[in-house]
Design a protein around this ligand. Sequence first.
Ligand code: NOJ
Ligand code: CA
Length: 566
Amino acid sequence: MSSTISLSPHDEPFPASGAPTTAGPWWRNAVVYQVYPRSFADGNGDGIGDLTGIRARLPYLSKLGVDALWINPWYPSPMADGGYDVADYRDIEPDFGTLAEAEALIAEAHTLGIRIIIDLVPNHCSDVHPWFIEALAAAPGSVARERFHFLEGKGANGELPPNDWQSRFGGPAWTRTVNADGTPGQWYLHLYAPEQPDLNWDNPEIRTEFEGVLQFWFDRGVDGIRIDVADGLIKEPGLPDGEGFDPAKGVPYSDRDGVHDIYRAWRAIADSYDGDRVFVGEMWIPDPERFAMYLRPDELHTAFNFDFLSCPWDKATMRSSIDTTMRLNGPIGAPATWVLSNHDVTRHVTRYGKEDTSFSFADRRHGAPNDAVLGMRRARAAALLTMALPGSVYVYQGEELGLDEIEDLDDSLRQDPVWERSEHRDPGRDGCRIPLPWSTEPTSLGFSPADATAAPWLPQPARWAAVSAEVQETDPASMLALYRAVIKLRKAQPGLLTDDLDWIDCGDDCLSFTRGPQFGFVLNLGAEPAVLPAHETLLLTSSPLTEDGRLPADTAAWLRLTPASD
Ligand code: NOJ
Ligand code: CA
């Protein structure tokens, strides 16, 4: 192992001015850890994760070496969609804590050199948001209804939805209201659950309100904002049917040109603050050229690279996705991002152990045969790959423990609205949202305090005791040890701070590149062991080499190519 590992930025005080710890602003190559607050750590023993729990685990996150946390929505919410149904954008969900605790969390994270990215949900709010309650009580055409998309239905008596749009969770994207006198009323649009009415972004009041929300959180010291459904805010004028809509123009409820004006205004707000505040957009859009338009210099700084996440474990597809990302991001100066898992997708340890290793919302391949050992082996290699690529990396909570997707959750316990809305065709996303195992303590695996009054909100498999953070802490061969090592090593490689990447030929089966003159990476995606290219030092491998020093199948290696003094 190389002796070149130097102190990480976490060993230094937090640069309050936002001074870069790497080449360029911090977000260009940060390791960002995603916290799903409900399932991360429960501080008060009610079975629900909370801010006390996150604060207590900050030392763990600091030791892991991450640069920032992205915290999923923490606002007051009835939790019809895990907090993506926001009732108040300027407060904290009581089950999670208080605004004062959020401020304390931000300050404590900063002390440890960890930045905070929060999650903003501008496409829709909750049906208990005061605006929606007011709109339901108001008359058609009123100012209150203009904040949403209320329309008369089609058909002789308005009994049919205004158009053919479908909710992304299943069923129609429209729900009919009931008038005060009990008669059927107008319909309102919800691209997700009925409890998530879409806001009308053609209404200037909505724009002003969200600009104020951005300022509210930037004023409280957050370093960045993840934008939920960033492609969805603007709808095609007139809300035309999807059927018959010109395919060359995409779909009428996503990626409309007008959305870019919103982000230009938001970027000006972010730029008006000190430090380097960052936006990260969530857009599942198929066209990579359209995707890159969100990353133009006066719009969003970064966006989740779902094209790469969706790739099968296949050399040509992964290489092509990486190439496309680099080709499109390069000219606009935007860093790439690399994401393998999050709270919406099948955990990649499980995905990579199935016959079809790609990800698609249309088919989660839930319960399809899964080789757990193979999946883990590939997940270890994938960690080394993403950490070696130019740009920032997202780590979804529990990924550093190698947690798998829980596919045998009892149907009666499922909470994700996708399960009901899809009429049980799609099991939903509960399986990647199981509370984390921190220890071998039998009642909640350390998720809650030992004297907790309630069980974790979703049950954990008992077998997770063996992969708890406590157990992995002392195992040098654990996934946790690998993540700590690779994050530390990444910070010590000057070549990894630039955007340069040069592919090298290392046989038909290997994905292989250099980053600057010193750093080399090889991933063997073939079935047979591969010969490593000439190198000075083997820095790290995801699994042991063969006895004769070759790189086994589904294994990645980090190499120092030249002597350290070069
Ligand atoms: C994307 C979020 O990641 C997901 O969890 C949520 O259900 C939808 N947007 C709707 O807000
Ligand atoms: Ca709690």
